[in-house]
Design a protein around this ligand. Structure first.
Ligand SMILES: Cc1ncc(COP(=O)(O)OP(=O)(O)O)c(N)n1
Ligand SMILES: Cc1nc(C(=O)O)sc1CCOP(=O)(O)O
Ligand SMILES: [Mg+2]
Length: 533
């Protein structure tokens, strides 16, 4: 039997209580983290038990807090093997636990400056029993919040932590208190809201914040999904926070982790486990691969005074959809000039993008007009990058826009004039943002390092690409960034059927032969995929 290469596991710690009925606490964390683990990216969850609880669906019968000496022994034992990349904190049973933990976090951060710490402030169990009191929360405010990267309260926990009355106007004050205490990002879980139709979870980021080298893109993101009306949901909040921790451990930026966790919970609640006729908990079946679990994204800020400069409203939905492509993109070649475009036409390319970064306005208009005419004559799909006004004026087949452009371009005018729209994306969050516009296609990049554009912090790799393709399966997707004849088969192996390339075509010494080879490779994969269905 041959041995496969071993991949080092990503270590996550859960510092939490044991719920012996396995709805919440450590058991929920283990199930969730395991669900995000794979052969090539194993996630290994280690535990520090803070309390043993006796629970069932109607309440908490007993709680026994661990002594701090035993917590320290658990930490010391784990550190003999490995340091964690991410720590998820759940139930802390006493103020002493909080003080001990804050000292441990200072020490761990010295050993690993990229450590991420998430606290799911367990105040009240799903059955309604209180698991934390005022003294504990005072200690949390003073000692723990300054050490946190992310806090994930549900609404009752938000009010309990900040001594606020439950009202929308008080949310601002609550969030301000938490940010002032030093928390960097807060996800308010909306499961306990009064709305019977939707569950809205909200992410607030206090200041420019970096995860794994990614800078925060926006300061407020809300994700909503229809409420799933059943009672098999014990520990949902716990699983959600664990899913965020798991996604961060896998290297996703916070907004991506948020989208992934919400989709994960939608799937888990759609396929719950019934413990008896009246109670149950979310089912754990891996990273979601069905677009019906995607939430709806909005970026309007309902508590504008938390981050006053971030009241931007992004046009995230636009109906009806953009015009579909006439033909699959297949091999998609991007060229910087009309001269290069002519070379691509002669070589037999059927999908092209004109990406001119520097030109006078008269030259630009002239070039775009010429490119449109040439591509019409050759029955080639041509997308104009950036210059959407000229594309509109000159009646182009389509435009390609970046994530920043979609907030400023007149998308309605483009859609009404029946231009096709392609949008760039870099991860789950931007894919969702793009998908809501119902564009003609979405580009995902950068797959590999590229010399063409500075994509630092946005390299996706093949592993993530596979998950993107599975979840966003209702829009044509194209991969871009560092793709060439040597690695194209690996990219196609992720499930994508369209490849965009700049340098690889520019460098091809025999363009006609190169194009034939790439087109044949793509159609082989497409046929293979159809055959496998
Ligand atoms: C197919 C395709 N994908 C992505 C891009 C990048 O577009 P954008 O984010 O607008 O960046 P620039 O190309 O303008 O630098 C693209 N052009 N084409
Ligand atoms: C223009 C561009 N956009 C990217 C994105 O990820 O959005 S990657 C990229 C450069 C692609 O060039 P090459 O094929 O030479 O690597
Ligand atoms: Mg652009």
């Amino acid at each position: 039997m041959g041995t496969e290469p071993l991949h080092n596991a990503i270590i996550v710690w859960s510092i939490a209580g044991s719920d012996n009925s396995a709805g919440a606490g450590i058991a929920a964390d283990i199930k969730t983290l395991q669900s995000f683990s794979s052969k090539t990216q194993p996630v290994h969850l280690c535990t520090l038990i803070t309390a043993v609880t006796a629970q069932h669906s109607n309440g908490v019968d007993a709680v026994m807090a661990m002594p701090v000496t035993l917590l320290q022994q658990q930490a010391d034992a784990l550190l003999k093997d490995a340091c964690p990349a991410v720590i998820k904190i759940g139930l802390l049973a006493t103020a002493e636990h909080v003080r001990w933990l804050s000292l441990l976090l200072v020490q761990l951060r010295q050993q690993n400056p990229t450590l991420l710490v998430l606290y799911d402030p367990v105040a009240i169990s799903s059955s309604g029993d209180r698991l934390a009191g005022a003294a504990l929360y005072q200690a949390v405010f003073k000692y723990l919040l300054p050490q946190l990267d992310i806090l994930t309260p549900n609404l009752p926990e938000l009010w309990a932590l900040t001594l606020q009355a439950p009202a929308l106007s008080h949310k601002t004050a609550a969030l301000q208190q938490l940010f002032q205490a030093g928390v960097k990002a807060i996800i308010v879980k909306g499961g306990h809201s009064a709305s019977q139709s939707q569950v809205v979870d909200e992410l607030f980021i206090a200041s420019p914040f970096r995860y794994h080298g990614h800078s925060a893109y926006t300061h407020y993101v809300a994700l909503s999904s229809p409420r799933q009306h059943h009672a098999f949901s014990r520990g949902t909040g716990c699983c959600f926070s664990s899913a965020v921790a798991a996604a961060l451990a896998l290297g996703y930026p916070l907004e991506d982790a948020f989208v992934l966790a919400k989709s994960y919970i939608n799937q888990a609640l759609h396929q719950p486990i019934a413990i008896n006729a009246n109670t149950g908990c979310p089912g754990h079946y891996g990273i979601p691969s069905d677009s019906r679990y995607l939430p709806t994204l909005s970026e309007t800020n309902p508590v504008a005074d938390v981050t006053p400069s971030l009241t931007q409203v992004t046009p995230l939905t636009l109906s009806p959809a953009f015009k579909p492509l006439k033909a699959p993109l297949g091999l998609y070649v991007i060229v910087p000039s009309v001269e290069a475009l002519k070379r691509a036409l002669v070589a037999g390319v059927k999908t092209l993008q004109l990406r001119i970064k520097q030109a006078t306005s008269t030259q630009l208009k002239h070039d775009i007009m010429q490119a449109i005419q040439l591509c019409q004559q050759h029955d080639v799909q041509l997308f104009i990058n950036d210059h959407w006004q000229l594309a509109l004026e000159l009646g182009a087949y389509g435009v390609h826009l970046g994530q920043e452009d979609i907030t400023t371009a007149d998308l309605l005018a483009l859609q009404q004039a029946e231009l096709r729209l392609g949008v760039s994306s870099h991860g789950f969050y931007k894919l969702l943002r793009a998908q809501q516009l119902q564009p003609s296609y979405i580009a995902i990049g950068a797959i590999f390092n590229t010399q063409t554009k500075n994509m630092a912090g946005k390299i996706q790799g093949l592993h993530k690409l596979k998950y993107y393709c599975a979840l966003f399966n209702t829009v044509p997707l194209v991969a871009i960034g560092g793709i060439n004849a040597d690695n194209a088969h690996l990219v196609l192996g992720s499930g994508i059927t369209n490849l965009a390339m700049v340098q690889a075509f520019a460098n091809a010494t025999e363009p006609q032969q190169w194009v034939k080879q790439m087109q044949a490779l793509i159609s082989q994969h497409v046929k293979g995929a159809h055959h496998a269905e």
